[in-house]
Design a protein around this ligand. Sequence first.
Ligand SMILES: CC(C)(COP(=O)(O)OP(=O)(O)OC[C@H]1O[C@@H](n2cnc3c(N)ncnc32)[C@H](O)[C@@H]1OP(=O)(O)O)[C@@H](O)C(=O)NCCC(=O)NCCS
Length: 153
Amino acid sequence: VSRCRLRPTASADLPALVALERAAFSDPWTAAMLREALAEPSTLSLVAEDDAGTFLGAVLARHAAGEGEILSIAVDPARRGAGHGRTLLDGALAALAAAGAGTVWLEVRRSNEAAQRLYAAAGFVAVGVRRGYYRDPTEDAVVLRRDLAPALS
Ligand SMILES: CC(C)(COP(=O)(O)OP(=O)(O)OC[C@H]1O[C@@H](n2cnc3c(N)ncnc32)[C@H](O)[C@@H]1OP(=O)(O)O)[C@@H](O)C(=O)NCCC(=O)NCCS
């Protein structure tokens, strides 16, 4: 069981989010991209921290017209395998459901087995492939979907 708590992202989290992107992704979002996403009213963003307030990871999602999308989820490399990723994902799904999303979509690199297992365990199903979707390195995206209603509503 993950020992962490979730809270909404604050603007003071931006440096930690940038560092997390760099540590977790070969094609990280920049500070400008993160700032722009966080300014969107449709964006939902949660930070996971431990009891001491140490930053463990974060999730970014967005919702529109009854659909949700997980944009980015990552856990500090030194803190993985402790359930924080699942806690972040569940928190984002609950927030998307509360915002009215009935279906949630996401894309994941075809080679990213850890993330795909996390998503499968959380009820996501592969529904398609986007060829050459990712850069640095170029790679296919697997498109996953999870229907939320009524379980989380
Ligand atoms: C994917 C990621 C967020 C998982 O975070 P985490 O805190 O380590 O995950 P959890 O401890 O909550 O694990 C949840 C489930 O994910 C799967 N999983 C996590 N790490 C895994 C690994 N290294 N290998 C295989 N499965 C793994 C398992 O199914 C696990 O459930 P289990 O422990 O009951 O077997 C983390 O590995 C990460 O930050 N990766 C880099 C960023 C990334 O790839 N994000 C997804 C982009 S779409």
